[in-house]
Design a binder for this molecule. Structure first.
Ligand SMILES: Cc1ncc(C[n+]2csc(CCOP(=O)(O)OP(=O)(O)O)c2C)c(N)n1
Length: 354
């Protein structure tokens, strides 16, 4: 395999996490997978007016990153948002409504899938500008430190974003000021259609670079939810106790295309055999086998979960599809330009355009 980190798939996993946490992690991953599959299955209908970036294959990574965080901890995500938003506790109906550009979408129909936000659960926002969310998370951490608020501030981003200069400026500043940030880098080995080996010298590892910048760093198997969870839990604890920033590189593989539904292997940028190989270490099935062999979850338990998730998705999907469109009066909300305010409100106040 070219992308050398074939997930170990729980063969040697030992953990002190309790049954409830372990089964919750499974539920959260399964839920994200099924929701993503549901979105994908409807996407061709072209009713959801948003680009999408699916996280199918990367569920262990986003769940392992968010589950150890408290509700007060903040996450600022990249463009690949769905998994992080759901794992952080974001509202499913509001997410799907946003995909349909409905008035009650989590970003008020202004953002689409790359700008998910749910401040009630610490999903501070997300950005389509690669690497742009990283200094924002550092700013949130600086605010927390200055205000004496105990919370961790996480940003999630890919290996492609890690090629932006601002990411390294942000890591440097966080290390200098000992800010409580967890930089969570999901290395899926691709930036759109360009593989890592064409973009970065061989044997230069992201987590080692971050370490050189002063962040406590490590690499984890992003297909192993327990490994990711434990690494982030430690990072959170360390960041909160004043160690400064942590950097976790989570090695994953996206099963679908960069964006949209289905895969994009026909573009010829990756070897389909590689995907077949990674699917053998499916983060969900390998974890299920682990739980089952440790008598923590049965087939019947899983069937119940599957039913519950299917029901939840169907209901949320119908809710979103039937939600109201934004109307003209919404246009100027959150817009700070006087001219736009004037244009939108001119009829209401009886003035004509000039
Ligand atoms: C500053 C900037 N440059 C380029 C793009 C175009 N772009 C969108 S996604 C992407 C690749 C992102 O790769 P990565 O950060 O590894 O995340 P992944 O899509 O693999 O999850 C690029 C280059 C962008 N959105 N922002």
């Amino acid at each position: 395999m070219k992308y050398g980190y074939k997930g170990k798939a729980f063969a040697d996993t030992k953990t002190t996490l309790g049954k409830e946490t372990l089964t919750d992690l499974f539920y959260s991953m399964l839920r994200i997978r099924r929701i993503e599959e549901g979105v994908e299955a409807h996407y061709h209908e072209d009713e959801m007016k948003t680009p999408i970036h699916l996280v199918i294959g990367q569920e262990a990574s986003c769940v392992g990153a968010c589950a150890p965080l408290s509700k007060e901890d903040l996450v600022y995500a990249s463009h690949r948002t769905h998994g992080v938003y759901l794992a952080k506790g974001g509202d499913l109906k509001a997410m799907l409504s946003e995909f349909f550009c409905r008035k009650n979408g989590c970003a008020g129909s202004r953002g689409g899938s790359m700008h998910l936000i749910d401040q009630s659960v610490g999903m501070a926002g997300s950005s389509a500008i690669c690497g742009g969310n990283v200094p924002i998370a550092v700013g949130l951490a600086l605010a927390a430190k200055l205000q004496g608020v105990k919370r961790v501030n996480m940003c999630t981003f890919g290996d492609g974003a890690a090629e932006e200069g601002v990411v390294w400026e942000a890591i440097n500043f966080a290390a200098l000021k000992k800010l409580p940030v967890v930089f969570f880098c999901e290395n899926n080995f691709f930036s759109v259609f360009t593989p890592l080996y064409k973009r970065q010298p061989e044997n230069v590892e992201l987590w080692k670079k971050a370490e050189a910048f002063g962040a406590t760093s490590r690499v984890v198997d992003g297909s192993n939810v327990v490994e990711v969870y434990e690494a982030v839990a430690k990072a959170r604890e360390g960041a909160l106790s004043g160690d400064g920033p942590y950097f976790v590189e989570s090695r994953v593989y996206r099963w679908r295309g960069h964006g949209g539904a289905g895969d994009d292997n026909s573009k010829g940028y990756r070897d389909p055999a590689e995907l077949v190989d990674w699917k053998k270490v499916c983060p969900i099935e390998s974890y299920f086998n682990f739980l089952k062999s440790n008598h923590l979850l049965s087939d019947a338990d899983r069937a119940e979960m599957e039913e519950e998730i299917a029901r939840e998705f169907e209901e949320a999907y119908d809710f979103a599809r039937n939600s109201p469109e934004p109307d003209e009066s919404d246009l100027a909300t959150h817009v700070y330009s006087e001219r736009i305010q004037y244009e939108v409100n001119k009829d209401a106040v009886g003035r004509s355009t000039h």
